[in-house]
Design a protein around this ligand. Structure first.
Ligand SMILES: [Mg+2]
Ligand SMILES: [Zn+2]
Length: 168
């Protein structure tokens, strides 16, 4: 099974400064994301989303599990209506100072994905994100990676998500 590992915030949906997320209720899908995901699926990839949600672990931001779950349900509903089935979402709910092993660029979320889905073929998979932490995570698994407006070592820099389709 080949996987498109995708970051969520800033890659598929609009991202916000930390202090604004508590007011965000509706996912705003970024331009080109749906078409790109539809095409990625046509090309035989399954989509797994990897997302840091450290606000959940930092009480000074009033962002709760219920907020996250409701947002996620809406997000999946929007994608589902467009025929985009997401295989799984792994998220890190820990605060930045908790020292967990799953906050990107730590490897925990991909490790979890590999134990849950041992049939994943990492050589045929790739990761796309919009931050250096995404690129570092991919690097630690020797995973092909694409950075949206990110310059990082061997990662391929793309200017928008649609450009992925030229490579995968
Ligand atoms: Mg991001
Ligand atoms: Zn974590």
């Amino acid at each position: 099974m080949k996987i498109a590992f995708m970051d969520r915030d800033g890659t598929i949906v609009k991202s916000y400064p930390d202090e604004e997320w508590q007011n965000v209720r509706e996912p705003e899908i970024l331009e080109g994301a749906i078409e790109t995901m539809q095409e990625i699926i046509k090309r035989g990839y399954s989509i797994i989303i990897l997302t840091n949600q450290y606000l959940l672990g930092e009480p000074e931001y009033n962002y709760t599990q219920v907020d996250y779950d409701e947002y996620t349900a809406k997000f999946l509903e929007i994608l589902g209506k467009e025929g985009v089935q997401v295989k799984d979402i792994f998220y890190c709910p820990h605060g930045r100072h908790e020292g967990c092993g799953c906050i990107k660029p730590k490897p925990g979320m991909i490790k979890d994905a590999l134990s849950k889905y041992p049939e994943i073929n990492m050589k045929e998979s790739f990761l796309v994100g919009d931050s250096v932490n995404d690129m570092k995570l991919a690097e630690s698994f020797n995973l092909r990676s694409f950075g949206i407006n990110v310059d990082y070592e061997d990662s391929v820099k793309i200017e928008g998500i649609k450009e992925l389709l030229e490579y995968v």
